[in-house]
Design a protein around this ligand. Structure first.
Ligand SMILES: [Fe+2]
Length: 223
């Protein structure tokens, strides 16, 4: 009898509908960032409000997709928006999470040592990261770790969803959409970037690196 019961239970799980994501993403609290020096209250108000919008839209979009016919044109159109809304939410969380510090990186940290080893110096890495963030357009400058071989790469993410590195681990994220700086800094993107760097929480940023499993590149093999 027991065997029959477990057989029926197993068959039920085989034929059951696949699990459906029912939970809603929650807005994270970043009120502590108002203590940062150099970022005005108005700019942070705007930026945090926009972030809240991405969380809401990611939730609404996923709910809407579940409610439409998978064979409809609408279903396909909505599916194409998932990366944009979801990445808009997550990139902002990574961005706000890497702020709120004193801007100083520990020169003995594995991340610092890796940046020096791979770019020649911390300043050379920073120069390239800033250059990435000042190209024309709206998007993100991202320091990625390629966990396959440990290489660190500065990458331009166009808008929110174009240019991500497959399996790449985002280590440092800088928002260079116009809303991130124009309300306070106008066209002076470099002034914004300076304030951004002055407020980086390198402890959080470095922990993203050390929590990865691969930390070194062998440049002796023609990398
Ligand atoms: Fe933003």
């Amino acid at each position: 009898m027991k065997k029959v019961f477990f057989f029926l239970l197993a068959m039920q799980s085989v034929f059951a509908d696949p699990p459906v994501l029912q939970g809603r993403y929650q807005v994270k609290d970043y009120s502590h960032l108002y203590e940062m020096k150099g970022f005005g209250e108005n700019l942070l108000n705007i930026h945090l409000k926009l972030y809240e919008g991405y969380v809401k839209n990611a939730n609404d979009l996923l709910a809407q997709i579940r409610s439409v016919d998978p064979k409809s044109y609408e279903y396909g159109a909505l599916k194409r928006r998932v990366g944009w809304e979801f990445d808009g939410m997550r990139l902002h969380e990574l961005y706000f999470d890497n702020l709120g510090g004193n801007g100083k990186i520990d020169p003995k940290s594995p991340l610092y040592l890796a940046l020096v080893a791979q770019f020649g110096s911390f300043d050379l890495w920073k120069k390239d990261f800033v250059a990435t963030g000042t190209i024309r357009g709206i998007g993100w400058s991202v320091l990625y770790l390629d966990p396959i071989d440990g290489r660190l790469v500065n990458v331009w993410i166009n808008e929110h969803d174009v240019g991500h590195l497959v399996r790449g681990t985002p280590i440092l994220i800088m928002d260079v959409f116009e809303h991130a700086y124009m309300p306070q800094f106008g066209l002076d993107k470099l002034a914004y970037i300076e304030v951004f760097f002055n407020n980086l929480d390198w402890e959080t940023i470095a922990s993203r690196y050390t929590s990865s499993t691969v930390h070194s590149v062998d440049f002796g093999k023609g990398n």
